[in-house]
Design a protein around this ligand. Structure first.
Ligand code: CTP
Ligand code: CA
Length: 221
């Protein structure tokens, strides 16, 4: 279809996208997760594919159709996602980390379903690996890394701190304070932040956000 036609501006470029939430098991029937739908990451994977990129999508558990012509690697936990990204990194030119990765997981996974008692329950948690933190220490020359950030306050300042700390080339800050933006919506309001400056995009569909984001990456790499 004509509306799908794109100039192949990313021909031969290997793009790895992470999308969706991770799930961290507590026992055989329960897990910790978040509200990520995966829509933003899937939209990026699709737009990159339409521009001719060779796209691998590392996807947490989501309820979305597979993207045609994109190699999807399903993962469940933050540890799974870490291994997938580590393995793909040497053959990646552009890494876009749209996934909402768990920062903590239960320190122990009960092998039987936990039974309730009359007492309150506390669950000891331990840190997961920071995938982008690891990438910062292992990146190869020529790799372009784009992170995402989710903040409910001081969005730009906090996102800028992550850009520096994780040695990112760009970070996409999700504006959670605006209607029609964030989790579970088909639209989003984001600010693209680089070392040089920042640009807030108006409310638009996640497919359009994906197009703007890839335009910006193409201008910068
Ligand atoms: N990220 C990651 N590995 C983690 C946690 C986050 O690679 N274990 C990535 C996300 O995919 C995202 C970026 O880091 O691209 C920022 O995620 P965010 O949760 O906003 O930042 P954190 O560094 O985890 O800080 P905090 O949650 O404390 O705000
Ligand atoms: Ca986090």
């Amino acid at each position: 279809a004509r509306e799908l036609a794109r100039e192949k501006t990313l021909a031969g470029v290997r793009v790895t996208v992470t999308a969706g939430p991770t799930q961290e098991a507590l026992d055989p029937v329960r897990y910790l997760t978040n509200h990520s739908s995966g829509r933003m990451g899937y939209a990026i994977a699709r737009e990159a594919m339409l521009r001719g990129a060779q796209v691998t999508l590392v996807s947490g558990p989501v309820d979305l159709p597979l993207v045609p012509f994109v190699e999807t690697r399903p993962v469940t936990t933050a540890a799974d996602m870490f291994r997938a990204v580590r393995d793909l990194l040497p053959a990646t030119d552009v890494l876009i980390k749209a996934a909402a990765v768990a920062d903590y997981r239960p320190a122990q996974v009960a092998s039987d379903k936990m039974k309730k008692s009359d007492q309150d329950l506390s669950i000891p948690l331990e840190r997961t690996d920071d995938i982008l933190g690891w990438v910062a220490e292992h990146r190869h020359p020529g790799l372009f890394v784009c992170g995402f950030s989710m903040e409910t306050r001081d969005m730009v300042a906090n996102s800028r701190a992550k850009l520096e700390r994780k040695k990112l080339d760009m970070i996409v800050a999700n504006n959670l304070k605006v209607a029609g933006a964030g989790f579970g919506t088909k639209t989003n309001v984001v600010t693209l932040i680089t070392r040089e400056g920042e640009r807030e995009l108006p409310l638009m569909g996640k497919d359009q956000v994906a197009a703007h984001l890839l335009d910006e990456i193409q201008r910068r790499r």
